[in-house]
Design a protein around this ligand. Structure first.
Ligand code: SF4
Length: 441
Protein backbone atom coordinates (compact mmCIF):
# COMPACT_ATOMS: atom_id res chain seq x y z
CA UNK A 1 0.00 0.00 0.00
CA UNK A 2 1.36 3.45 -0.85
CA UNK A 3 1.80 5.52 2.28
CA UNK A 4 0.80 9.17 2.40
CA UNK A 5 3.30 11.84 3.48
CA UNK A 6 1.22 12.73 6.55
CA UNK A 7 1.22 9.09 7.77
CA UNK A 8 5.01 9.06 7.58
CA UNK A 9 5.35 12.51 9.15
CA UNK A 10 3.39 11.36 12.24
CA UNK A 11 6.08 8.74 12.93
CA UNK A 12 9.09 11.08 12.60
CA UNK A 13 10.88 12.76 15.56
CA UNK A 14 9.79 16.21 14.23
CA UNK A 15 12.96 17.94 15.41
CA UNK A 16 13.68 19.44 11.97
CA UNK A 17 17.36 18.77 12.62
CA UNK A 18 18.21 18.48 8.87
CA UNK A 19 20.47 15.45 9.37
CA UNK A 20 18.64 13.78 6.48
CA UNK A 21 19.53 16.68 4.16
CA UNK A 22 16.00 18.06 4.14
CA UNK A 23 14.97 21.41 5.64
CA UNK A 24 12.08 19.96 7.66
CA UNK A 25 10.67 16.62 8.75
CA UNK A 26 7.61 17.32 6.59
CA UNK A 27 9.78 17.79 3.49
CA UNK A 28 11.50 14.49 4.29
CA UNK A 29 8.13 12.71 4.76
CA UNK A 30 6.84 13.98 1.41
CA UNK A 31 10.00 12.80 -0.31
CA UNK A 32 9.70 9.32 1.27
CA UNK A 33 6.04 9.10 0.16
CA UNK A 34 7.09 10.00 -3.40
CA UNK A 35 9.76 7.30 -3.36
CA UNK A 36 12.63 9.82 -3.62
CA UNK A 37 14.38 8.75 -0.40
CA UNK A 38 14.16 5.83 2.01
CA UNK A 39 12.92 6.20 5.55
CA UNK A 40 16.18 4.96 7.09
CA UNK A 41 17.89 8.20 5.97
CA UNK A 42 16.50 9.77 9.12
CA UNK A 43 19.02 8.65 11.75
CA UNK A 44 16.74 9.54 14.65
CA UNK A 45 13.69 7.47 13.69
CA UNK A 46 12.78 4.94 16.38
CA UNK A 47 12.90 1.19 15.80
CA UNK A 48 9.15 0.99 16.59
CA UNK A 49 8.30 3.64 13.98
CA UNK A 50 10.50 1.89 11.43
CA UNK A 51 8.76 -1.42 12.12
CA UNK A 52 5.33 0.21 11.90
CA UNK A 53 6.22 1.81 8.58
CA UNK A 54 7.57 -1.33 7.02
CA UNK A 55 4.45 -3.22 8.17
CA UNK A 56 2.20 -0.51 6.71
CA UNK A 57 4.09 -0.36 3.43
CA UNK A 58 4.25 -4.16 2.99
CA UNK A 59 2.23 -5.58 0.07
CA UNK A 60 -1.38 -6.45 1.01
CA UNK A 61 -0.66 -10.11 0.42
CA UNK A 62 2.18 -12.02 2.05
CA UNK A 63 4.99 -13.23 -0.15
CA UNK A 64 6.36 -16.51 1.16
CA UNK A 65 9.35 -18.63 0.18
CA UNK A 66 8.71 -22.35 0.11
CA UNK A 67 10.57 -25.57 -0.74
CA UNK A 68 13.46 -25.21 -3.16
CA UNK A 69 13.23 -21.70 -4.62
CA UNK A 70 9.44 -21.63 -4.83
CA UNK A 71 7.53 -18.45 -4.13
CA UNK A 72 3.94 -17.86 -3.12
CA UNK A 73 1.74 -14.74 -2.95
CA UNK A 74 2.89 -11.13 -2.97
CA UNK A 75 0.08 -10.27 -5.38
CA UNK A 76 -0.90 -6.62 -5.76
CA UNK A 77 -3.73 -6.69 -8.32
CA UNK A 78 -6.92 -8.64 -8.86
CA UNK A 79 -6.72 -8.63 -12.63
CA UNK A 80 -3.82 -9.53 -14.80
CA UNK A 81 -4.70 -6.76 -17.28
CA UNK A 82 -4.00 -4.22 -14.50
CA UNK A 83 -0.48 -5.51 -13.84
CA UNK A 84 1.35 -8.82 -14.24
CA UNK A 85 0.70 -11.28 -11.40
CA UNK A 86 3.69 -11.89 -9.13
CA UNK A 87 3.91 -15.58 -8.14
CA UNK A 88 2.82 -18.18 -10.65
CA UNK A 89 0.32 -20.82 -9.52
CA UNK A 90 2.13 -24.00 -8.54
CA UNK A 91 0.79 -27.37 -9.67
CA UNK A 92 0.83 -30.32 -7.34
CA UNK A 93 -0.18 -33.96 -7.58
CA UNK A 94 -1.60 -35.69 -4.52
CA UNK A 95 -0.25 -39.05 -3.35
CA UNK A 96 -1.06 -41.25 -0.38
CA UNK A 97 0.58 -44.31 1.15
CA UNK A 98 -1.59 -46.51 -1.10
CA UNK A 99 -0.64 -44.97 -4.44
CA UNK A 100 2.67 -43.17 -3.93
CA UNK A 101 4.73 -45.85 -5.69
CA UNK A 102 2.39 -45.90 -8.69
CA UNK A 103 2.11 -42.13 -9.03
CA UNK A 104 5.64 -40.81 -8.46
CA UNK A 105 7.19 -42.14 -11.73
CA UNK A 106 4.40 -40.45 -13.75
CA UNK A 107 4.93 -37.19 -11.88
CA UNK A 108 8.64 -37.24 -12.75
CA UNK A 109 7.92 -37.80 -16.46
CA UNK A 110 6.49 -34.30 -16.83
CA UNK A 111 9.68 -32.34 -17.42
CA UNK A 112 10.02 -30.25 -20.56
CA UNK A 113 11.23 -26.85 -21.69
CA UNK A 114 8.79 -24.36 -23.15
CA UNK A 115 10.18 -20.99 -24.16
CA UNK A 116 12.96 -21.13 -21.59
CA UNK A 117 10.75 -22.30 -18.70
CA UNK A 118 11.08 -25.83 -17.33
CA UNK A 119 7.63 -27.34 -16.87
CA UNK A 120 7.37 -29.81 -14.01
CA UNK A 121 4.96 -30.89 -11.31
CA UNK A 122 6.17 -28.31 -8.79
CA UNK A 123 4.88 -29.86 -5.58
CA UNK A 124 3.95 -33.32 -4.26
CA UNK A 125 1.01 -33.29 -1.85
CA UNK A 126 1.24 -36.19 0.61
CA UNK A 127 -2.16 -37.07 2.07
CA UNK A 128 -2.47 -38.74 5.49
CA UNK A 129 -4.87 -41.67 5.34
CA UNK A 130 -4.74 -43.00 8.89
CA UNK A 131 -1.44 -44.83 9.33
CA UNK A 132 1.33 -42.63 10.69
CA UNK A 133 4.21 -44.96 9.71
CA UNK A 134 2.99 -45.30 6.12
CA UNK A 135 2.44 -41.54 5.96
CA UNK A 136 6.08 -40.92 6.93
CA UNK A 137 7.24 -43.46 4.31
CA UNK A 138 5.15 -41.74 1.63
CA UNK A 139 6.56 -38.34 2.65
CA UNK A 140 10.11 -39.68 2.36
CA UNK A 141 9.35 -41.11 -1.08
CA UNK A 142 7.89 -37.76 -2.14
CA UNK A 143 11.06 -36.11 -0.90
CA UNK A 144 13.09 -38.51 -3.03
CA UNK A 145 11.09 -37.59 -6.16
CA UNK A 146 13.13 -34.40 -6.51
CA UNK A 147 10.25 -31.97 -6.92
CA UNK A 148 10.67 -28.43 -5.62
CA UNK A 149 8.11 -28.64 -2.81
CA UNK A 150 6.18 -30.99 -0.54
CA UNK A 151 2.86 -30.47 1.24
CA UNK A 152 2.03 -32.62 4.24
CA UNK A 153 -1.78 -32.81 4.28
CA UNK A 154 -2.61 -34.04 7.76
CA UNK A 155 -4.76 -33.00 10.73
CA UNK A 156 -3.37 -35.58 13.18
CA UNK A 157 -0.67 -33.88 15.29
CA UNK A 158 1.33 -37.05 16.04
CA UNK A 159 1.48 -38.06 12.36
CA UNK A 160 2.30 -34.47 11.40
CA UNK A 161 5.21 -34.38 13.85
CA UNK A 162 6.59 -37.71 12.62
CA UNK A 163 6.44 -36.63 8.95
CA UNK A 164 7.88 -33.19 9.71
CA UNK A 165 10.79 -34.79 11.56
CA UNK A 166 11.48 -36.87 8.44
CA UNK A 167 11.28 -34.20 5.72
CA UNK A 168 11.53 -30.78 7.39
CA UNK A 169 14.90 -30.13 5.73
CA UNK A 170 12.95 -29.64 2.48
CA UNK A 171 10.80 -26.92 4.08
CA UNK A 172 7.41 -28.51 3.34
CA UNK A 173 4.05 -26.86 3.98
CA UNK A 174 2.27 -28.40 6.94
CA UNK A 175 -1.36 -28.20 5.80
CA UNK A 176 -3.73 -29.22 8.52
CA UNK A 177 -4.35 -26.47 11.10
CA UNK A 178 -8.01 -25.94 11.92
CA UNK A 179 -10.24 -24.56 14.68
CA UNK A 180 -9.65 -27.65 16.82
CA UNK A 181 -5.92 -28.24 16.54
CA UNK A 182 -4.40 -24.85 15.68
CA UNK A 183 -2.34 -24.53 18.87
CA UNK A 184 -0.60 -27.89 18.46
CA UNK A 185 -0.06 -27.28 14.73
CA UNK A 186 1.23 -23.78 15.34
CA UNK A 187 3.84 -25.22 17.69
CA UNK A 188 4.85 -27.91 15.19
CA UNK A 189 5.12 -25.49 12.26
CA UNK A 190 7.00 -22.75 14.11
CA UNK A 191 9.45 -25.21 15.67
CA UNK A 192 10.15 -26.72 12.23
CA UNK A 193 10.23 -23.27 10.58
CA UNK A 194 7.68 -24.23 7.93
CA UNK A 195 4.58 -22.62 6.43
CA UNK A 196 1.34 -23.65 8.11
CA UNK A 197 -1.77 -24.36 6.01
CA UNK A 198 -5.08 -23.38 7.63
CA UNK A 199 -8.44 -24.93 6.75
CA UNK A 200 -11.92 -25.10 8.22
CA UNK A 201 -15.63 -25.65 7.69
CA UNK A 202 -16.06 -22.29 5.96
CA UNK A 203 -14.20 -19.04 5.39
CA UNK A 204 -15.49 -17.49 8.63
CA UNK A 205 -14.08 -20.35 10.67
CA UNK A 206 -10.80 -20.23 8.75
CA UNK A 207 -10.58 -16.48 9.33
CA UNK A 208 -11.07 -16.90 13.09
CA UNK A 209 -8.30 -19.52 13.16
CA UNK A 210 -5.99 -17.22 11.18
CA UNK A 211 -6.63 -14.43 13.71
CA UNK A 212 -5.72 -16.79 16.56
CA UNK A 213 -2.53 -17.87 14.79
CA UNK A 214 -1.61 -14.25 14.08
CA UNK A 215 -2.28 -13.46 17.73
CA UNK A 216 0.18 -16.22 18.61
CA UNK A 217 2.73 -14.51 16.35
CA UNK A 218 2.51 -16.76 13.28
CA UNK A 219 2.04 -15.04 9.92
CA UNK A 220 3.81 -17.76 7.95
CA UNK A 221 0.48 -19.09 6.70
CA UNK A 222 -1.40 -20.29 3.64
CA UNK A 223 -5.16 -20.78 3.52
CA UNK A 224 -6.68 -24.00 2.20
CA UNK A 225 -9.84 -22.62 0.57
CA UNK A 226 -11.09 -26.06 -0.52
CA UNK A 227 -14.72 -26.51 0.54
CA UNK A 228 -17.39 -29.15 -0.04
CA UNK A 229 -18.28 -27.92 -3.53
CA UNK A 230 -16.61 -26.28 -6.51
CA UNK A 231 -18.89 -23.27 -6.16
CA UNK A 232 -18.02 -22.67 -2.51
CA UNK A 233 -14.30 -23.20 -3.14
CA UNK A 234 -14.36 -20.66 -5.95
CA UNK A 235 -16.23 -18.18 -3.74
CA UNK A 236 -13.68 -18.69 -0.96
CA UNK A 237 -10.71 -18.10 -3.27
CA UNK A 238 -12.21 -14.94 -4.73
CA UNK A 239 -13.44 -13.59 -1.41
CA UNK A 240 -10.07 -14.09 0.26
CA UNK A 241 -8.17 -12.34 -2.52
CA UNK A 242 -10.65 -9.45 -2.76
CA UNK A 243 -10.62 -8.91 1.01
CA UNK A 244 -6.82 -8.72 0.94
CA UNK A 245 -6.37 -6.55 -2.13
CA UNK A 246 -9.50 -4.41 -2.23
CA UNK A 247 -10.29 -4.06 1.47
CA UNK A 248 -6.64 -4.20 2.53
CA UNK A 249 -7.41 -6.82 5.17
CA UNK A 250 -4.00 -8.24 6.03
CA UNK A 251 -5.50 -11.24 7.82
CA UNK A 252 -6.93 -12.33 4.45
CA UNK A 253 -3.66 -11.62 2.68
CA UNK A 254 -2.30 -15.15 2.48
CA UNK A 255 -1.65 -17.42 -0.51
CA UNK A 256 -4.21 -20.15 -1.11
CA UNK A 257 -4.34 -23.91 -1.64
CA UNK A 258 -7.07 -25.38 -3.87
CA UNK A 259 -7.39 -29.17 -3.69
CA UNK A 260 -9.02 -30.48 -6.88
CA UNK A 261 -8.11 -34.02 -5.87
CA UNK A 262 -10.98 -33.67 -3.41
CA UNK A 263 -13.32 -31.70 -5.67
CA UNK A 264 -13.10 -33.33 -9.10
CA UNK A 265 -13.48 -36.96 -8.07
CA UNK A 266 -10.62 -38.17 -10.29
CA UNK A 267 -12.21 -36.80 -13.50
CA UNK A 268 -9.06 -35.73 -15.33
CA UNK A 269 -10.75 -33.39 -17.80
CA UNK A 270 -12.78 -31.68 -15.08
CA UNK A 271 -9.62 -31.26 -13.04
CA UNK A 272 -7.80 -29.52 -15.86
CA UNK A 273 -10.76 -27.26 -16.59
CA UNK A 274 -10.91 -26.32 -12.90
CA UNK A 275 -7.13 -25.96 -12.63
CA UNK A 276 -7.30 -23.46 -15.52
CA UNK A 277 -10.05 -21.57 -13.70
CA UNK A 278 -8.13 -21.46 -10.41
CA UNK A 279 -4.93 -20.45 -12.20
CA UNK A 280 -6.76 -17.26 -13.07
CA UNK A 281 -8.71 -16.98 -9.80
CA UNK A 282 -6.70 -17.32 -7.43
CA UNK A 283 -5.05 -20.63 -6.56
CA UNK A 284 -1.49 -20.23 -5.32
CA UNK A 285 -1.07 -24.02 -5.15
CA UNK A 286 -3.47 -26.22 -7.13
CA UNK A 287 -3.52 -29.90 -6.19
CA UNK A 288 -4.64 -32.51 -8.74
CA UNK A 289 -5.17 -36.28 -8.55
CA UNK A 290 -3.03 -37.01 -11.60
CA UNK A 291 -1.17 -35.22 -14.32
CA UNK A 292 -0.21 -36.52 -17.76
CA UNK A 293 1.48 -34.88 -20.72
CA UNK A 294 -1.89 -34.45 -22.43
CA UNK A 295 -3.27 -32.52 -19.47
CA UNK A 296 -0.04 -30.72 -18.57
CA UNK A 297 0.54 -29.12 -21.98
CA UNK A 298 -2.52 -26.83 -22.11
CA UNK A 299 -2.39 -26.07 -18.39
CA UNK A 300 1.28 -25.07 -18.29
CA UNK A 301 0.83 -23.14 -21.55
CA UNK A 302 -2.00 -21.16 -19.94
CA UNK A 303 0.08 -20.47 -16.83
CA UNK A 304 3.01 -19.27 -18.86
CA UNK A 305 0.76 -16.85 -20.71
CA UNK A 306 -0.98 -15.57 -17.58
CA UNK A 307 2.21 -15.05 -15.58
CA UNK A 308 4.30 -13.47 -18.34
CA UNK A 309 4.56 -9.71 -18.65
CA UNK A 310 2.34 -8.90 -21.67
CA UNK A 311 4.68 -6.01 -22.52
CA UNK A 312 7.48 -8.50 -23.19
CA UNK A 313 6.84 -10.87 -26.10
CA UNK A 314 7.61 -14.52 -25.40
CA UNK A 315 10.77 -15.27 -27.34
CA UNK A 316 12.51 -18.42 -28.45
CA UNK A 317 16.26 -18.62 -28.17
CA UNK A 318 17.69 -17.79 -31.61
CA UNK A 319 19.48 -20.94 -32.84
CA UNK A 320 19.01 -24.05 -35.01
CA UNK A 321 16.17 -26.38 -33.99
CA UNK A 322 16.46 -29.76 -35.78
CA UNK A 323 13.00 -31.15 -36.65
CA UNK A 324 12.12 -34.76 -37.56
CA UNK A 325 15.65 -35.98 -36.91
CA UNK A 326 17.34 -33.46 -39.24
CA UNK A 327 21.07 -33.77 -39.84
CA UNK A 328 23.56 -31.33 -41.36
CA UNK A 329 22.42 -32.15 -44.91
CA UNK A 330 18.72 -31.42 -44.28
CA UNK A 331 17.04 -28.36 -45.81
CA UNK A 332 17.19 -25.20 -43.69
CA UNK A 333 14.00 -23.24 -42.93
CA UNK A 334 13.98 -19.74 -41.50
CA UNK A 335 11.60 -18.14 -39.03
CA UNK A 336 11.58 -15.41 -36.36
CA UNK A 337 12.00 -15.71 -32.57
CA UNK A 338 8.39 -14.76 -31.69
CA UNK A 339 7.28 -17.86 -29.74
CA UNK A 340 3.89 -18.13 -31.41
CA UNK A 341 5.44 -18.00 -34.92
CA UNK A 342 7.89 -20.70 -33.86
CA UNK A 343 5.22 -23.01 -32.47
CA UNK A 344 2.99 -22.62 -35.56
CA UNK A 345 5.72 -23.36 -38.10
CA UNK A 346 7.39 -26.02 -35.96
CA UNK A 347 4.07 -27.90 -35.71
CA UNK A 348 3.63 -27.85 -39.47
CA UNK A 349 7.22 -28.96 -40.07
CA UNK A 350 6.71 -31.86 -37.68
CA UNK A 351 3.50 -32.74 -39.50
CA UNK A 352 5.37 -32.95 -42.82
CA UNK A 353 7.65 -35.69 -41.48
CA UNK A 354 10.50 -34.17 -43.55
CA UNK A 355 13.81 -33.56 -41.69
CA UNK A 356 14.38 -29.79 -41.52
CA UNK A 357 16.83 -27.57 -39.65
CA UNK A 358 14.65 -24.71 -38.44
CA UNK A 359 16.73 -21.57 -37.92
CA UNK A 360 15.11 -19.16 -35.48
CA UNK A 361 16.63 -15.75 -36.19
CA UNK A 362 16.90 -12.90 -33.70
CA UNK A 363 14.01 -10.64 -34.76
CA UNK A 364 13.29 -8.80 -31.51
CA UNK A 365 10.51 -11.22 -30.50
CA UNK A 366 8.13 -10.03 -33.21
CA UNK A 367 6.14 -11.98 -35.82
CA UNK A 368 7.38 -12.29 -39.39
CA UNK A 369 5.61 -9.29 -40.92
CA UNK A 370 5.90 -7.09 -37.83
CA UNK A 371 9.63 -7.66 -37.50
CA UNK A 372 10.13 -7.19 -41.25
CA UNK A 373 8.19 -3.87 -41.09
CA UNK A 374 10.28 -2.80 -38.07
CA UNK A 375 13.53 -3.58 -39.91
CA UNK A 376 14.38 -6.41 -37.49
CA UNK A 377 13.97 -9.20 -40.06
CA UNK A 378 15.78 -7.99 -43.15
CA UNK A 379 18.43 -9.44 -45.43
CA UNK A 380 21.00 -7.49 -43.41
CA UNK A 381 19.86 -8.71 -39.96
CA UNK A 382 19.42 -12.30 -41.19
CA UNK A 383 22.88 -12.53 -42.79
CA UNK A 384 24.40 -10.89 -39.70
CA UNK A 385 22.69 -13.50 -37.50
CA UNK A 386 23.89 -16.33 -39.77
CA UNK A 387 27.47 -15.13 -39.29
CA UNK A 388 27.22 -14.52 -35.54
CA UNK A 389 25.52 -17.87 -34.87
CA UNK A 390 27.93 -19.73 -37.18
CA UNK A 391 25.06 -21.32 -39.12
CA UNK A 392 27.24 -22.13 -42.13
CA UNK A 393 29.59 -24.16 -39.94
CA UNK A 394 26.71 -26.13 -38.41
CA UNK A 395 24.86 -27.23 -41.57
CA UNK A 396 26.09 -28.39 -44.98
CA UNK A 397 22.85 -27.83 -46.90
CA UNK A 398 22.66 -24.49 -48.68
CA UNK A 399 18.91 -24.63 -49.37
CA UNK A 400 17.21 -21.91 -47.31
CA UNK A 401 13.42 -21.82 -47.16
CA UNK A 402 12.07 -18.39 -46.19
CA UNK A 403 8.45 -17.49 -45.27
CA UNK A 404 6.34 -16.59 -48.31
CA UNK A 405 5.27 -13.33 -46.66
CA UNK A 406 8.83 -11.99 -46.95
CA UNK A 407 9.44 -13.19 -50.53
CA UNK A 408 10.68 -9.67 -51.14
CA UNK A 409 13.90 -10.58 -49.26
CA UNK A 410 14.94 -13.24 -51.80
CA UNK A 411 17.15 -11.07 -54.03
CA UNK A 412 18.97 -9.29 -51.22
CA UNK A 413 19.47 -12.53 -49.28
CA UNK A 414 21.08 -14.14 -52.32
CA UNK A 415 23.52 -11.22 -52.39
CA UNK A 416 24.18 -11.29 -48.62
CA UNK A 417 24.45 -15.07 -48.29
CA UNK A 418 26.53 -16.16 -51.28
CA UNK A 419 26.32 -19.88 -52.04
CA UNK A 420 22.81 -20.22 -50.60
CA UNK A 421 19.80 -21.06 -52.73
CA UNK A 422 16.93 -18.99 -51.37
CA UNK A 423 13.60 -20.77 -51.67
CA UNK A 424 10.34 -18.93 -51.11
CA UNK A 425 7.83 -20.94 -49.08
CA UNK A 426 4.05 -20.62 -48.96
CA UNK A 427 2.33 -17.60 -47.41
CA UNK A 428 0.72 -19.62 -44.65
CA UNK A 429 2.50 -22.12 -42.39
CA UNK A 430 -0.11 -24.80 -43.17
CA UNK A 431 1.09 -24.86 -46.79
CA UNK A 432 4.61 -25.91 -45.83
CA UNK A 433 3.67 -29.59 -45.40
CA UNK A 434 2.82 -30.00 -49.12
CA UNK A 435 5.69 -27.71 -50.13
CA UNK A 436 8.26 -29.87 -48.33
CA UNK A 437 6.80 -33.13 -49.56
CA UNK A 438 6.99 -31.84 -53.18
CA UNK A 439 10.48 -30.36 -52.75
CA UNK A 440 13.24 -32.18 -54.60
CA UNK A 441 16.47 -30.87 -53.13
FE1 SF4 B 1 13.39 15.25 10.65
FE2 SF4 B 1 14.85 13.01 10.79
FE3 SF4 B 1 15.28 14.72 8.79
FE4 SF4 B 1 15.94 15.36 11.28
S1 SF4 B 1 16.81 13.74 10.08
S2 SF4 B 1 14.86 16.64 9.78
S3 SF4 B 1 14.33 14.35 12.47
S4 SF4 B 1 13.43 13.58 9.20
Amino acid sequence: MALKGMDIFKLLPKSNCKKCGNPTCMAFAMKVAAGGITIDKCPDISAEALAALSEASAPPMKKLAFGKDLQLGGETVLFRHDKTFVSKSLYSVSVSAADVDAKLPGIQLIDYDRIGEQMRVDVVNVEFTGDSGKFVDAAKKAQGAGRAGIILEVTDAAAAKAALDAVKADKPILNGANAGNWEAFNKLATEAGVILGVGGKNLDEIYDTVLKLEGAGNKNLVVDVTAGSIKETFANAVELRRAALKDNDRSSGYPSIVNLHKLAGGDENLQIALASLFTLKYGSIIILSTMSYATALPLYGLRQNVFTDPQKPMKMEPKIYPVNGADENSIVALTVDFALSYFVINGELERSGVPVNLVVADAGGYSVLTSWAAGKFSAGTISKFFKEAGIEGKVKSRNLLIPGKVAVLKGELEENLPGWKILVGPNEAAGVVKWLKDFKG
